[in-house]
Ligand binder design. Structure first.
Ligand SMILES: Cc1cc2nc3c(=O)[nH]c(=O)nc-3n(C[C@H](O)[C@H](O)[C@H](O)COP(=O)(O)O)c2cc1C
Length: 187
């Protein structure tokens, strides 16, 4: 393949969005394109171990927004939550598979003029101390062989999300040729 395909503008401008237009819904075509992007992500041994539960029901979205004490309240305001499920029995690299799908979905959302945000589930707890994955599992009938990694909320952005200037990126995390210890800070 030698044809140039541009994705950098979406990568450059994408931000996590936590404030949404509460009454703007997505079309089934939009949802379908988002999920196509998630399904096209690279996967270990081409196993495509990740599964997804799409939630559009307002009551369920509200319930999902309480899966943790804080950090997930935006899920009550999105028209779509994509619950990302890993399958350890299908692939030992299920976290990588599921994370790549989630990232592809988020980037595709941005390219379509939609905002999104990752809500972490694995290893977290509700305000009552219940395991967050267990809470989601009960709410959506998710079987035990699947792990709930995260939920991607998607919707129309309500407000500005400033692009990060290129000079603010952590370029010091890049090492050329071999790893180099960071220089000690001067007193
Ligand atoms: C593994 C992972 C977990 C995250 N968990 C949450 C979360 O639970 N709630 C939230 O509001 N944002 C969450 N985020 C989004 C990050 O806070 C966000 O990507 C980061 O602050 C950088 O901002 P940006 O996406 O606008 O560049 C998560 C992102 C990742 C990759």
């Amino acid at each position: 393949m030698d044809k140039e395909i541009k994705i950098l503008e979406a990568i450059r401008t994408r931000r996590s969005i936590r404030i949404y237009h509460k009454d703007r819904t997505l079309t089934s075509e939009q949802v379908s394109i988002l999920m196509e992007a998630a399904l096209r992500a690279p996967s270990s041994m081409n196993r495509h171990s990740t599964q997804f539960v799409l939630v559009e029901d307002k009551e369920k979205l509200e319930a999902l927004s309480h899966l943790r004490e804080k950090g997930c309240s935006f899920l009550a305001d999105v028209p779509l939550a994509v619950v990302v499920l890993g399958s350890p029995m299908e692939c030992q690299h299920w976290i990588a598979d599921a994370s790549l799908s989630a990232g592809y979905l988020q980037l595709q959302a941005w390219e379509m003029g939609l905002g999104s945000c990752w809500a972490e589930v694995a290893g977290r707890f509700t305000a009552n101390g219940q395991d967050s994955a267990e809470y989601v599992r009960n709410l959506l009938d998710i079987p035990y062989q699947l792990e709930v990694l995260c939920i991607i909320g998607v919707g129309y952005t309500n407000g500005e999300a400033p692009t990060r200037p290129v000079e603010k990126l952590k370029w010091e995390k890049i090492h050329i040729g071999k790893y180099q210890e960071p220089e000690a800070e001067q007193e």
